[in-house]
Design a protein around this ligand. Structure first.
Ligand SMILES: Nc1ncnc2c1ncn2[C@@H]1O[C@H](COP(=O)(O)OP(=O)(O)OP(=O)(O)O)[C@@H](O)[C@H]1O
Ligand SMILES: [Mg+2]
Length: 368
């Protein structure tokens, strides 16, 4: 089954007299996809999950589940299960009983409980661990118990609040694969919270980038990486070189005092804009061949590539990712293609941004 499963319509959440922590937030969640809420600490990620789960109510706006208004539907009546950051497992119960807990509360028959718990444990690869106590389980295993406890209830949506943040890097990467694979096999909608942009890019069908209680941009990982709507998103998703510039005419932009060909259009003449160029889109050349002339200021080896920091004459920093080593102090050139220049309009809303991209998508097709 496809279609919208959750819809937020102009949802605002305010605690007491404080400023609102969510401001007029609207979005749709489609069934069976993997969504990620990404944003810095305090931006409202957990609050969105709590609103979906029904642990708290919106101050304004409407929340729909399967097309039905659920603003006043209690948490235990919603088809949602949450995996909390600390997993909230019962330390005095073994693995089997932790997973069975919700089913026992529902007074399910003993044979059914056994069948369902075994199935859930098989799904998360924990067959044989039924009698283990929680203190005998590793961090990754505990996390899987928490997921088994969520899926055993066969919810339509699973909410995961930074479930991997306590794990070390290697286990974390393993669990990213496992979680994504599990979501595909189950076909359940996952809404995953993280403040780690790489994790969000690796795992999601759709990402919502949040900042100060608002969604700055939503889209697929490649949409958001390739076409960040503004400085915040460009900065938050991956490393970027951001400078201010001026759109001279369609396909012609000026920054750091030079003119460059670009692929953007639909701006006002001489409109002030911001320019993003990703470090991996900059190529080191001789100073004569480069579109920009810079001096190598410092460099770090990152395992696969060198991270080279350069300075131009105006003192702007240019970060370059290159497999070639540079020499600190050397004058070099930087080459980039017109497509590598991403032009962002100041203060553009997501709706305006989408319209502008759509408009030139159509024009491009028309000229082809
Ligand atoms: N019960 C509450 N009463 C008052 N303020 C709250 C309450 N819960 C959350 N807040 C505030 O709402 C804002 C958003 O909190 P939220 O927990 O949603 O952030 P978050 O994005 O999950 O952050 P983190 O990444 O640190 O977990 C914060 O400023 C927080 O202090
Ligand atoms: Mg949180």
């Amino acid at each position: 089954m496809s279609g919208t499963i959750i819809r937020f319509e102009n949802v605002t959440k305010q605690f007491d007299q404080d400023p609102a922590v969510l401001k007029d937030v609207s979005f749709e969640i489609e069934r069976g996809k993997f969504y990620t809420l990404l944003g810095p600490s305090g931006c409202g990620k957990t609050t969105i999950l709590r609103l979906i789960a029904g642990f708290t109510n919106p101050s304004k706006g409407k929340i729909y589940f399967d097309g039905k208004l659920v603003n006043n539907v209690e948490a235990n009546k919603r088809q949602v299960n949450t995996v909390f950051q600390d997993y909230a497992l019962f330390p005095h119960l073994n693995v089997f009983e932790n997973v069975a807990f919700g089913l026992r509360i529902k007074k399910m028959k003993k044979e059914d409980i056994e069948k369902k718990v075994s199935e859930a444990l098989r799904f998360v690869n924990l067959v044989g661990y039924e009698k283990r106590q929680m203190k005998e389980m590793s961090g990754g295993q505990r996390q899987r118990v928490a997921i088994a406890r969520a899926i055993v209830n066969e919810p339509e949506v699973i909410l995961l609040d930074e479930p991997l943040s306590a794990l070390d890097l290697k286990l974390r990467t393993e669990m990213q694969y496992e979680l994504r694979e599990l979501q595909r096999r189950l076909g359940i909608t996952f809404i995953f919270v993280t403040h780690d942009q790489e994790e969000a890019l690796a795992m999601s069908d759709e990402i919502f980038v949040l900042n100060k209680g608002k969604i700055e941009q939503s889209g697929t990982p490649t949409d958001i990486y390739d076409e960040p709507i503004n400085r915040f998103v460009a900065d938050f998703i991956g490393e970027s070189n951001i400078v201010s510039g001026k759109m001279l005419t369609d396909f012609q932009v000026e920054f750091v005092g030079k003119e460059f060909e670009c692929v953007d259009q639909g701006f006002d003449t001489d409109e002030t804009v911001e320019i993003v160029i990703r470090p991996e889109d900059l190529e080191i050349t001789s100073p004569e061949q480069g579109k920009l002339q810079v001096t190598v200021d410092s460099q770090l080896f990152r395992g696969v590539h060198y991270e080279i920091c350069c300075l131009d004459e105006a003192g702007n920093e240019w970060l370059v990712h290159s497999t070639k080593k540079a020499v600190v102090g050397d004058p070099i050139g930087l080459h980039f293609e017109p497509e590598a220049i991403h032009v962002m309009r100041l203060g553009e809303t997501e709706e305006e941004f989408d319209k502008r991209l759509e408009a030139y998508g159509e024009e491009r097709n028309a000229t082809n």
